[in-house]
Design a binder for this molecule. Sequence first.
Ligand SMILES: [Zn+2]
Length: 342
Amino acid sequence: MKTLLPTSTAGSLPKPSWLAEPEQLWSPWKLNGNALREGKQDALRIALKEQQQAGIDIVSDGEQTRQHFVTTFIEHLNGVDFSNRKTVTIRNRYEASVPSVVGPVSRPKSVFVEDARFLRQQTHLPIKWALPGPMTMIDTLYDDHYKSREKLAWEFAILLNQEAKELEAAGVDIIQFDEPAFNVFFDDVNDWGIAALERAIEGLKCETVVHICYGYGIKANTDWKKTLGSEWRQYEEIFPKLQQSAIDIISLECHNSHVPMELMELVRGKKVMVGAIDVASNTIETPEQVADTLRKALQYVDADKLYPCTNCGMAPLSREVATAKLRALAAGAELVRRELSA
Ligand SMILES: [Zn+2]
């Protein structure tokens, strides 16, 4: 990466209202068949254009072709029965009706590779692609077959590795694994979660990211955050082991969060995607606020390893707010870039 402080987003961007109901998660598609396929591609083109116009350096598909960051991948696997649903508690936080694992899991064909190829054709900028992490996948399912979280995570890691290798071959520069579950199940993360993630990136030559956040700005998450106290030290439990892992980049939330910035010292040496945009608020950050977060992060992250980013995905926001936040991110990074080169 040649640009200093290259900007990117954690993943999702809002979808156009003609494609899916805006400002909600798991929003159902408004089109079907060929119209849906074309609609998704058009939305991807728009999401890319908006990132480019805002000045984002590492672009993504804005997750325009998927309904949900975990479920859409799982829908393409064998061994999971979506008609056999059970109610489970996701991330020890909220109840949801989820599909069941009923047999050995496998990936009969690639899930996102066509979409990644399409994105690759549209731009010469570096592209980042997000996949769910193994631990977050198992936390979104009822397991009626393996009866072991660790075993199922390992099986998913193998399937994710197959997908990641195909994404790399399609020209993806950075592959990101979303692991919000890493902020909840610390013992499992240290016992086998990070090992499963390393299995998912085995043999990859492109860069790899793990994104660990406190979730979208939905009610279940904001209620949970109120119970965490004035200092959020969850990262402290897992950073020492992540620092030792084969993952290249750690993506975390900072702005408007109660995460003490000094915890980043625990992953010194890794590249860090620093969340300088709050995705749980409609208030648009000023470039100066973004710059302020980045300057603080520079105390713990070397300038050539600092990647300004959003705290999480922006799918639940309005397009207007999300676009303005993209511009603020790029402008704030530019302020600090100038200071560093002065
Ligand atoms: Zn997130």
